[in-house]
Design a protein around this ligand. Sequence first.
Ligand code: ATP
Length: 299
Amino acid sequence: MALELKSVTKKFGDFTAVDHLNITITEQQIFGLLGGNGAGKTTTFRMILGLIDQTDGEILWNDEKISYSKSHVIGYLPEERGLYPKLKVKDQLVYLGRLRGMKKNDVIKEMKYWLERFKVPEYANKKIEELSKGNQQKIQFIASVIHRPQLLILDEPFSGLDPINVEILKEAVIDLKERGTTILFSSHRMEHVEELCEQLCILQKGKTVLYGSLAEIKRSFGKKNLNVNGEFDLTFLKDINGVTRFQRLAEGVRLQIAEEAVAQEIFKHIQGKGFVRKFEIEEPSLNDIFIEKVGTSYE
Ligand code: ATP
């Protein structure tokens, strides 16, 4: 099972919001769609869901076009949250579950499971408007998964959640993946993407600037971070060939180096200068990569 976007383009008048986008997401995969504000993420989701038509290209789910008849296999957490403020959580979820062809009892069973999981079992009989924004978001998430969709699309699922709820939601997403769900989500928070995604695509102004597995993207970036801490002045390291960034930390320094071999050179330079507490090569973070790839041509 897979979701495939083949050369998908969306124009609004003369403006191209999504430009020849190619994405393949296989079953049980968590795929991250990243990009700055206005990059085209929400527009892409809306096309996948059939809420708007693409101008060009093809979107396939299991080799077939996505149509309204597939809506029961898809779950969507929209960026603009849209629950009925006056309805009780239970009534809201029963209504949405029924729309997707579920029996009332099954909805209640799933609802109980999820409310327990989110540690808010007492919310079943509360009205949406009585809940805080973050808690409304949890209910909206439950609404998007209550019918056990095969494909789950989450637009900025972590925004507005406190760190504890972020962790609960991350675990839920990983469990859903393990149950076989294909998950596509967007986020501005690189650390969430790094923890959850196996594959990702970075969009900029509708165009793909990076695509692939997280491991491969990191490997091909080439640059690494090197953390050094020693009981002597390390400032001279910034002038060594191949050091592309120098940052002082509370303890020691963090260097960005052009390739791993530069670390060996640096090691030679610090030998004999004094006691070295730490010498550690780190993979670049996704944040480092995003800033370099998107930031350099950011207007
Ligand atoms: P954000 O991270 O800020 O939510 P995004 O990546 O989700 O951004 P989109 O909402 O997909 O971005 O918007 C992409 C571009 O398309 C933006 O420049 C936006 O102004 C434009 N756009 C989106 N919808 C429409 C529309 N209905 N009519 C005209 N332009 C639109």
